[in-house]
Write a protein that binds this ligand. Structure first.
Ligand code: PLP
Length: 398
């Protein structure tokens, strides 16, 4: 095994496609909300693998379940039944109010599946030209071509044009626009109830009401991308109901697997009924390892973790508001649950570095926003520790 930082960096520089700008740290192990680098230095993790490690790192129950499952049966493909997909689907159905699950392996695949199922819905109904999508400014839905087509930022899109035609972006802050731009050619509206990569921007209840009205008026399907905001992140399993959205399809990913790659497209029966065997599929989707991990995460949420997210969220946001009162460079505090954004007056990259140097992992998004996505197991004491580090780091950056 390669252990020194230099070896790791040299090998990567030579052989790994350079699509990521990594921070200069090599993590070797984790425990709870902390990661440890190759020198044994500890970092408090308020990134959790970009909203994935819901149960923190080295979670004994998750590790045991994955280990047992790997030793029993890890993967069989979707050619056969296994005992866990139906169980997970029924649990997700109860949590989301949606009838059926299609399992895949990542957020972008879940979005991709939702986009395809929306088109399939109208195709089955004989409306063959109803193929368009309406998405929002500041949206991020993933990197595959379909998801990228409904992702707003030109920086992600430009090198890969032409993308899927027929996508219109409307301003999330101008609900009136929706009424003119959603029409009988719109297959679906796709929205992140809290825009994550776009800067932790919750959709306002007014925009949510306009989305519901546009769907009711035209029959367009509603896809909620809850890859980041879902799976308990905001204190409820989904964030859509909090703002009055009633999606026909929901994309889930990230925290649901607690670190195992899991994606799911949940849908109403009215959509599921229009989809036939063979219309969509994936080799790995819903394999035993992934399902077992997701079931552990759901068990933990049921067993008190969801309530804990609500409690620690209140503590986090109270602390962030106090921080804002102390620092003029913080211009806004946004988010819900354990998904928080600190909008800074300038580029937040130096703050990420200053926090890293002080043993705290945070992430920058939309240039000026510090995003906090701690694991759900975070404690109030750890939140206080992170706030103290941020306080000091912000002071050092001015
Ligand atoms: N949708 C949203 C809202 C996301 O935040 C992300 C990833 O950040 C994705 C989709 C894509 O997920 P993945 O990176 O797992 O493909």
């Amino acid at each position: 095994m390669t252990t020194t930082t230099t070896d790791v960096k040299t090998l990567e520089a030579r052989h790994v496609l350079q699509t990521y700008k990594r921070l200069p740290v090599v993590f070797e192990r984790g425990s709870g909300a902390r990661l440890f680098d190759e020198h044994g230095r500890s970092y408090l993790d308020f990134v959790s693998g970009i909203g994935v490690a819901a149960l923190g790192h080295g979670h004994a129950g998750l590790a045991r379940a994955i280990g047992e499952q790997a030793a029993t049966l890890a993967h069989t493909s979707n050619l056969y039944f296994h005992p866990l997909q139906g169980e997970l689907a029924s649990r997700l159905s109860a949590l989301t109010g949606l009838d059926r699950a299609f399992f895949c392996n990542s957020g972008t695949e879940a979005v991709e599946a939702c986009l395809k199922f929306a088109r399939r819905y109208w195709h089955t109904k004989g409306e063959l030209t109803r193929t368009k999508y309406v998405a929002f400014t500041h949206s991020f839905h993933g990197r595959t071509l379909g998801s990228l087509s409904v992702t707003w930022d030109e920086h992600y899109r430009a090198p890969f044009q032409p993308l899927i035609p027929g996508v219109t972006f409307v301003s999330a802050s101008d609900p009136a626009e929706l009424q003119t731009l959603v029409d009988a050619s719109t297959a679906a509206i796709i929205v992140e109830p809290i825009q994550g990569e776009g800067g932790v921007r919750p959709i306002s209840p007014e925009t949510a009401a306009a989305i519901s009205a546009a769907c009711a008026r035209t029959g367009a399907l509603l896809i909620a991308d809850e890859v980041q905001s879902g799976s308990g992140r905001t204190g409820e399993f989904l964030y859509s109901p909090a703002i009055g959205l009633e999606p026909d399809l929901v994309a889930l990913g990230k925290a649901l697997g607690g670190g195992m790659p899991v994606g799911v497209a949940m849908m109403r029966d009215k959509v599921a009924e229009t989809i036939s065997a063979g219309d969509h599929g994936t080799t790995y989707g819903g394999n035993l390892l992934a399902c077992r991990a997701a079931l552990v995460v759901l068990d933990e949420l049921d067993g008190g973790l969801q309530a804990s997210v609500r409690r620690t969220s209140a503590h986090l946001f109270a602390g962030l508001r106090a921080l804002r009162a102390r620092h003029k460079s913080i211009v806004d505090v946004r988010g819900a649950g354990l998904m928080a954004g600190l909008e800074m007056a300038a580029d937040a990259a130096p703050l990420v570095t200053a926090a890293l140097e002080r043993g705290l992992l945070v992430n920058r998004t939309a240039t000026t926003v510090i995003r906090l996505l701690p694991p759900y197991i975070i404690t109030e004491a750890e939140i206080d520790e992170a706030l103290a580090v941020l306080d000091d780091a912000i002071g050092s950056c001015i």
